[in-house]
Ligand binder design. Structure first.
Ligand code: DON
Length: 554
């Protein structure tokens, strides 16, 4: 070998070795300060990012009861230090006794609130199975230690935030209505700084710690779940016993010098985010100004086309053949992007989902964690809307989800997020309802770069998309990228939802002149993110909520 070639090989080797040993101090960014503290403690005790994610998830079930949960489900995307990636699906399933038309009356009209409030809204919870599955595969420290942090928090109590005090008071009526004999957060005028102690929840966590997965899906807790909703509910003991979380192949997309790793179906997140990224980098973006008329128009038009596909083609791939490869095909996305008119909004009614030959083959919570071993975990979990079905399991201290509303109760009829669906997302026993949750990890030049995700129902995908663009297109630091105002289009209804103070009156006027309809929203998404750039770690903590983050000090 020529000496100069040898030199190049040597330099590349040193470069690769340095990269694989990239120093990662580790960080935790979650929806609540108590959960962040516990995540950092686990990392300090020598746990890895998956251990910390389990402890955080259990802590959030205690300190963030509107979304953190034992009675719901979620998704985890992980990239381990060796570059391997994983997606764990612990999404709820439809109970065996569910039927396609279960939310329709005799005239086939949707019965109001049945899929969002009360016993029939509840899907089979997946969180606890997901926790044990993740721990079996990657856990480094004992599961008991991870549970003990949350047990202590439940029994000792914690001081609630102002936002929580307001929400506890706001939902009193609902809690009373759905739990007439079982008080939950009731009969109090909650104030910021009040201590919330949860003795029943502490006992439940102790039972699960001692008995493992079975402690939740069989025996006393399972009986309590079923008996709480037995009068009108359809969830059975065998639904619980047979629940299984699943490892899935993540959606991956290489673009520019980045690689996206995100959640596959039953989430729409990974596919929709990939479609948006493929489409946007089809355009020359050098001169586009952040949050200008042109930018808001372009993203809204892309989003309409992507959400039209979502409504037609996405559902649980175990039940419906989702055309994943077609949806991610570069030419297909470029062709759909090419129908954008740069002077005029395309009316949503004239956009439909892409045609394929199909026979061919505001409450959720997101946390991002990295560790000093180089592992990264992005987890989004949910009860669906705030406090889920509002049903509090007798003697067990936790709430049940209302995830059934994420199914399409009737083709073309909107769910609580205004999303419409089709047969791909119709209700079938054992099927998982389509999600928008988008826990995601981005590599840059083959190295760990960005870990992020968000709550926000249908706006999750567009919040994650805009945060990524803020970083990679507009060079913002991560906190600025998270703070920046967001907007959202989901094809139907035909609105661009814009956060207050994002756009000047003149931008709004020019968008309206192009044929867009605008609605203002107080807040869109809560993005919690960690970034490694130029060998420096930084965190982006979304101030739209009680989110908190910390970098490990080592
Ligand atoms: O899975 C989904 O897409 C929804 N159940 C998420 C709900 C949500 O993000 C509510 N948060 N604000």
């Amino acid at each position: 070998m020529h000496i100069s070639n040898l030199f190049c090989v040597l330099i590349s080797f040193i470069f690769l070795a340095c990269n694989s040993n990239q120093k990662h101090p580790g960080a935790v960014v979650t929806g609540h300060p108590e959960a962040t503290k516990i995540g950092i403690k686990v990392l300090e005790e020598g746990g890895n990012a998956v251990d910390a994610s389990i402890a955080v998830q259990l802590a959030l079930a205690v300190c963030f009861p509107s979304a953190g949960n034992l009675g719901g489900g979620g998704f985890m995307v992980a990239r381990m230090h060796d570059g391997s990636s994983y997606a764990l699906d612990f999404r709820e399933t439809a109970p065996k006794r569910s039927t396609t038309n279960m939310y329709l009356d005799q005239n086939e009209n949707i019965i109001d609130s049945l899929s969002t409030y009360g016993p029939l809204a509840v899907g089979v919870p997946g969180t606890i199975d997901g926790i044990f599955e993740a721990h079996n595969k990657f856990g480094k420290i004992s599961i008991d230690t991870l549970f003990n942090h949350a047990i202590r928090l439940a029994l000792k109590g914690f001081e609630i935030t102002e936002r929580q005090a307001n929400a506890f008071n706001y939902y009193q009526e609902d809690f009373e209505k759905f739990n007439p004999n079982n008080s939950y957060l009731q009969a109090l005028n909650w104030q910021k700084g009040d201590t919330l102690r949860q003795i029943d929840l502490g006992k439940t966590l102790t039972i699960i710690r001692n008995k493992g997965r079975k402690g939740f899906y069989e025996g006393e807790i399972a009986n309590n779940i079923v008996s709480t909703i037995e009068n009108q509910g359809i969830l059975s003991l065998s639904d619980l016993k047979e629940y299984k979380s699943k490892w899935r192949d993540p959606i991956t997309l290489e673009f520019k010098n980045y690689k996206l790793i995100s959640m596959p179906p039953p989430s729409s997140g990974g596919i929709a985010l990939s479609q948006l990224l493929i489409k946007i980098f089809n355009f020359s973006l050098e001169d586009i100004e952040h949050n200008s008329t042109e930018y808001i128009h372009l993203l809204s038009e892309l989003e309409k086309r992507v959400y039209a596909d979502r409504s037609q083609h996405l559902g649980d791939n175990d039940f419906y053949d989702v055309p994943i490869h077609r949806l991610l095909n570069k030419k297909y996305n470029q062709q759909r992007a090419s129908t954008i008119n740069f002077r005029q909004a395309t009316p949503s009614d004239s956009i439909s989902a892409g045609l394929f030959n199909l026979n061919e083959s505001e409450e959720t919570t997101h946390f991002s964690i990295t560790d000093s071993f180089g592992n990264a975990v992005a987890v989004t979990t949910t009860l669906n809307t705030s406090y889920g079905s509002k049903i509090f399991v007798n003697n067990s201290g936790f709430l049940l989800n209302n995830e059934m509303d994420d199914f399409s109760a009737k083709p073309g009829s909107p769910n609580t997020y205004g999303l419409i669906g089709s047969q791909a997302n119709s209700i079938e026993p054992g099927k998982r309802m389509l999600s928008s949750m988008t826990p995601s990890i981005l590599e840059k030049n083959d190295n760990l770069f960005l870990v992020l995700g968000s709550p926000g129902g249908s706006t999750i995908i567009t919040s994650v998309f805009q945060t990524i663009l803020n970083v990679i297109l507009f060079d913002m630091n991560i906190q600025h990228a998270v703070d920046n105002k967001r907007f959202h289009h989901q094809w139907k209804p035909e609105y661009i939802y814009i956060e207050k103070n994002l756009a000047s009156d003149s931008i709004i006027k020019s968008l309206q002149n192009m044929g867009h309809y605008i609605k203002e929203r107080n807040s869109i998404g809560h993005v919690n993110a960690i970034i490694y750039d130029k060998n420096t770690i930084s965190i982006g903590v979304d101030k739209r909520g009680d989110n908190s983050g910390e970098i490990l000090n080592n």
